[in-house]
Ligand binder design. Structure first.
Ligand code: ADP
Ligand code: ADP
Ligand code: MG
Length: 460
């Protein structure tokens, strides 16, 4: 291992997750933090900490110079970006390498190619992976864009090439609303990601979101099977599972080998995810994007394969070859992850900041809770609402859902509202039990079933 001291350029549960992997590899850890995160679990756990700016992410977690200075000052020789923030910023990856340190992720050039959605679509087509019918690259002219939209046929998805986390996407139902929605998508992406470039895709309605975890070391490429993330709200995942309950062995093989072919065609290094939409009625699948980083829901793949993906990506960045080959990876049982957010599912998912009171953390067989909580923790309002991820693993999907129900009932977090009551309601739903879900399912269900979400009592 070339890396001796790893700087974690992130916060929250993923910073904690990366510190754990680094410690198990025998590395020293440095965590950078904003003033708002001075009193956080990651700061508590790291060997060294450096304050890099105020609460505003633009001035702290997105401040490339401040992060690099912290790395120089502490003598860190590796930087892990986690997800979000600078994780898919190609200039940051280049700057880390230029400063003589190792970026835990693909090269800047690879991020430019595969992290940019329009460019990744092109790479997928070249690798023979089916993409959603859509525009040929970025649209530079509104008149031209309207013609392309007409050609694709309404409704069309307007997507920002730099988008992420569900932002920078709009659905235009007709030519009348196209221009104003395209402007909105472009402005949103420009503001959030500094790039307003747009492309178009046909709307694939009521499809499933299936994604394949891949790992590459530049010469060897493997997949770690798929995750299904069809339960979404505002195009953000809230419940993920592995494997998907909807794939035949043949379709699974096609999706996974397409993802590996794509990784191979670009000589990918590190952990990555190839995302698809899958229509289970026709059997068609379409590449939508690649995430060139660790994903929030990597945990369920770890549970079913027994692989530590975060440790593996650190080792690969440090110059090692993949520690396993395709034949070593098998699916064992079924895992489900639900996102525990500081928001109130009984009140339109309004953010629910506050101070954490007494807690009861669930346990027992097959339970994992990756979180950032402790009693007395004050949740900062400047960042997203993810507090932790509750993960269950069991022999079958049916027992995993029972285990999830038992586990969510055990979890208590006094002081704030969380998304937990939503998951309790979902574990009792027949469509979910039968795996009959798609990307619009949850929003449709919420429209007429929010009364089924019941409060979970505080712990005494
Ligand atoms: P995952 O695909 O791992 O579930 P999400 O798409 O939900 O991840 O995004 C995880 C986090 O990363 C969210 O906080 C989201 O806002 C952020 N994010 C995603 N894509 C980008 C991007 N291109 N630039 C900056 N932040 C991003
Ligand atoms: P992000 O970078 O925000 O994760 P994605 O391109 O992965 O954006 O899309 C996020 C979600 O939006 C998908 O999981 C799916 O629910 C929906 N979506 C994206 N593209 C399409 C499409 N062409 N048709 C229908 N839904 C789509
Ligand atoms: Mg996505």
């Amino acid at each position: 291992m070339v890396i001796k001291k790893l700087l974690i350029a992130n916060r929250g549960e993923i910073a904690v997750r990366i510190i754990r992997a680094a410690k198990e590899l025998g590395l020293q850890t440095v965590v950078v933090h904003s003033t708002a995160d001075a009193n956080s679990l990651a700061v508590e756990m790291a060997d060294e900490t450096v304050e890099i700016g105020p609460a505003s992410a633009a001035k702290s977690y997105l401040n490339v110079e401040a992060v690099l200075n912290a790395a120089r000052q502490t003598g860190a020789d590796g930087v892990h970006p986690g997800y979000g923030f600078l994780a898919e910023n190609a200039d940051f990856a280049d700057a880390v390498e230029a400063a003589g340190m190792i970026f835990v992720g693909p090269s800047g050039a690879m991020i430019r190619k595969m992290g940019d959605k329009a460019s990744a679509r092109k790479a997928a087509e070249e690798a023979g992976v089916p993409t959603v019918p859509g525009s040929d690259g970025i649209l530079n002219d509104m008149k031209m864009a309207q013609l392309v939209a007409m050609d694709i046929g309404y409704p069309v998805m307007i997507k920002a090439t730099a988008g992420g986390g569900g932002r920078g996407i709009r659905i235009a139902e007709s030519a009348e609303e196209f221009v104003s929605l395209a402007r909105l998508a472009s402005e949103e992406a420009k503001l959030a990601f500094g790039d307003g470039g747009l492309y178009l895709e046909k709307l694939i309605d009521a499809a499933r979101h299936i994604e394949v975890q891949i790992m590459g070391d530049g010469g060897n490429f493997v997949h770690c099977y798929e995750r299904e993330c069809s339960l979404q709200r505002r195009r953000q995942k809230v419940w993920e599972e592995a494997p998907s309950s909807s794939l035949s062995a043949t379709v699974r093989e096609k999706l996974c080998s397409s993802a590996v072919a794509l990784a191979k065609s670009v000589g990918y290094r590190g952990a990555g995810t190839v995302e698809y939409l899958y229509d289970d009625k026709t059997g068609d699948y379409y590449f939508i994007e690649m995430n060139t980083r660790i994903q929030v829901e990597h945990t369920i793949t770890e549970e079913i394969t027994g692989i530590d993906l975060v440790a593996e990506m650190i080792c690969i960045a440090g110059g090692e070859t993949l520690s396993f080959c395709q034949e070593d990876i098998a699916i064992q049982g079924h895992a489900i992850e639900v996102r525990i957010n500081a928001e109130d599912p009984m009140n339109k998912f309004m953010p629910s900041p506050g101070v954490i009171g007494k807690m009861r953390i669930p346990g027992g067989p097959g339970v994992r809770f990756d979180h950032m909580l402790f009693e007395g923790y004050k949740i900062p309002t400047a960042y997203d609402s993810l507090l932790g991820k509750l993960i269950v693993h069991a022999g079958t999907r049916e027992t995993a859902i029972f285990r999830l129900k038992r586990t969510v009932s055990e979890l208590r977090i006094n002081g704030i509202k969380t998304s937990a009551p939503l998951f309790l309601a979902l574990t009792e739903n027949e469509d979910i039990k039968h795996g009959e879900i798609h990307t619009k399912w949850l929003e449709t269900w919420l429209e007429s079933n929010s009364d089924k979400i019941r409060p979970i009592a505080d712990i005494e």
